[in-house]
Design a protein around this ligand. Structure first.
Ligand SMILES: Nc1nc2c(ncn2[C@@H]2O[C@H](COP(=O)(O)OP(=O)(O)O)[C@@H](O)[C@H]2O)c(=O)[nH]1
Ligand SMILES: [Mg+2]
Length: 454
């Protein structure tokens, strides 16, 4: 248990209907007994009380409600009091100042959650999910973080670690008591089979990372094509506002224009880019360089072709550079040309959508195709959920590598000691995920990213 009693506002900065101040530590009750009137001598935990808060000169500051949670049945595992005042920043600051003057200390970012972790109320993945939940910007991010807060990810890691410990114990016994039959006769194939099962599970968890990242950081969609085909016009239609400058002049868009929408519960970042063409203009050249960089990182490309063009040779040359990407093709300016008269349609690798960004026609079809692409991310969920956190990902990858080495050792029949060393390394890397072995600097870097009051 920590000695200090800490205090912080937990509601957002600025004015609100209600403001909340949280205190945690063994001085909570002593502090509020001096601030709040009436404070019952015997507070029933988890009951909402009504009271008035007074300054040290006995002036009423506010009428408040408050809840006491008794150690260890609280979020932090310590005595905590949560005070709900009116949401003026002045009132909240006055309450915090009073708590400070009565011996509390200002909480550091994430310190309440760190205490919950240190006091064994939650594992490290659950602590991290608190920060994820607070910063979530789309429904799917909330779902993943909530799943992790529920502890399912941590439990999976724990069960893998238990299995590793069983195997380690089994092999260690064979070294320590070589004459005992059941210990010495451990079967190498059986051993390898059990480790392989663990490796398969870890591989699945690792493979969900790329998709997990997309959910966490947003799916990236780039609108690309030659100059003047209507890319910026499409961007503006999708966002229903003039985000990008539209003119009949080729090479108008120079920089990458970005906007975010939420589609099927996932954040989607759309980018409008400079059209590709040969140019001597240094600024446009830089724009095209940026376009190519953005394209190499995009998840999906919406490739626009001008319906009025006589040939798509230039387009095909460009498309070829990005043939590994998922592409939605769209033929724009269909208000000017009858689609039956477009002779090059069959040359496009995939049947396109026909649209008019100017007349807002065919946009629904593009949106449906985008939505179908996005939905894949929400429907492919394995029962292990997603690995979204880079720290977890790195630990899983290292753990897998140690298991590979351990298997190689067993296959070559070389040294049980070396095998055990790799197994311990693997187990330790997994234990780091849930915080069972976590150097102080890792913990500090995790909790310093939290906001104060969490
Ligand atoms: N007729 C017609 N003109 C369009 C359409 N979409 C864009 N334009 C025009 O094409 C020109 C280039 O558009 P812009 O969006 O700037 O193209 P970008 O260079 O690809 O970004 C502008 O004059 C637009 O008004 C369309 O669907 N139909
Ligand atoms: Mg443009």
């Amino acid at each position: 248990m920590y000695k200090d009693t800490i205090v912080a506002r937990t509601t957002a900065e600025g004015q609100g209907a209600v403001g909340m101040v949280r205190l945690s530590g063994d001085q909570c009750l002593r502090i509020i007994a001096k601030l709040i009137n009436p404070v019952k001598t015997e507070l029933v935990p988890r009951r909402l009380y009504l009271g008035k808060i007074y300054d040290l000169k006995n002036n009423v500051i506010d009428e408040i409600t408050y809840i006491f949670c008794q150690s260890p049945s609280s979020f932090t595992g310590e005595d905590t009091v949560e005070i709900f005042s009116h949401g003026s920043p002045v009132i909240i600051n006055m309450i915090i100042d009073l708590c400070l003057s009565l011996g509390a200390r200002m909480a550091l970012p994430g310190e309440f959650t760190k205490r919950a972790f240190m006091n064994g109320k939650i594992d490290l993945t659950q602590a991290e999910s608190v920060a994820e939940l607070v910063s979530a910007q789309a429904e799917e991010e909330v779902k993943i973080a909530a799943q992790m807060l529920g502890g399912s990810f941590g439990r999976k890691i724990k069960s893998i670690r238990e299995e590793l410990l069983l195997i380690i114990g089994w092999v260690e016994a064979s070294i320590d008591f070589p004459e005992e039959d059941d210990a010495t006769t451990f079967n190498r194939d059986n051993l390898l089979g059990r480790i392989k099962n663990i490796m398969d599970t870890i591989t699945l968890m690792i493979s969900s990372y790329t998709e997990g990242q997309r959910i966490r950081n947003g799916v990236h969609i780039t609108i690309a094509g030659l100059t003047n085909v209507g890319k910026s016009s499409l961007m503006n239609v999708l966002f229903d506002k003039e985000k990008s400058i539209v003119t009949p002049i080729h090479g108008t868009t120079r920089d990458v224009i970005e906007g975010t929408l939420t589609i099927s519960g996932i954040r989607v970042v759309f980018r409008d880019t400079a059209g590709i063409r040969k140019t001597d203009c240094a600024i446009e050249k830089e724009g095209i360089k940026r376009t190519k960089k953005v394209l190499s990182q995009t998840d999906l490309l919406i490739y626009l072709i001008d319906a009025e063009k006589k040939s798509v040779q230039e387009d095909l040359f460009f498309i070829n550079e990005f043939k590994d990407k998922k592409i939605i093709y769209a033929v724009n300016k269909i208000d000017c040309v009858n689609k039956e008269n477009i002779r090059w349609i069959n040359k496009i690798p995939q049947y396109p959508c026909f649209i008019s960004a100017l007349k807002h026609e065919g946009i629904k079809e593009i949106k449906i195709q985008v939505e179908n692409f996005i939905k894949k991310f929400t429907s492919q969920k394995s029962n292990l959920g997603y690995t979204v956190n880079q720290r977890h990902y790195n630990c899983l990858k290292d753990g897998l590598e140690f298991l590979r080495k351990a298997c190689a050792e067993i296959k070559q029949n070389v040294s049980e000691e070396l095998f055990l060393e790799y197994m311990y390394d693997a187990k330790n890397r997994l234990s780091e995920i849930i915080g069972e072995i976590s150097p102080e600097d890792i913990l500090n870097s995790i909790f310093s990213n939290f906001c104060i009051g969490k």
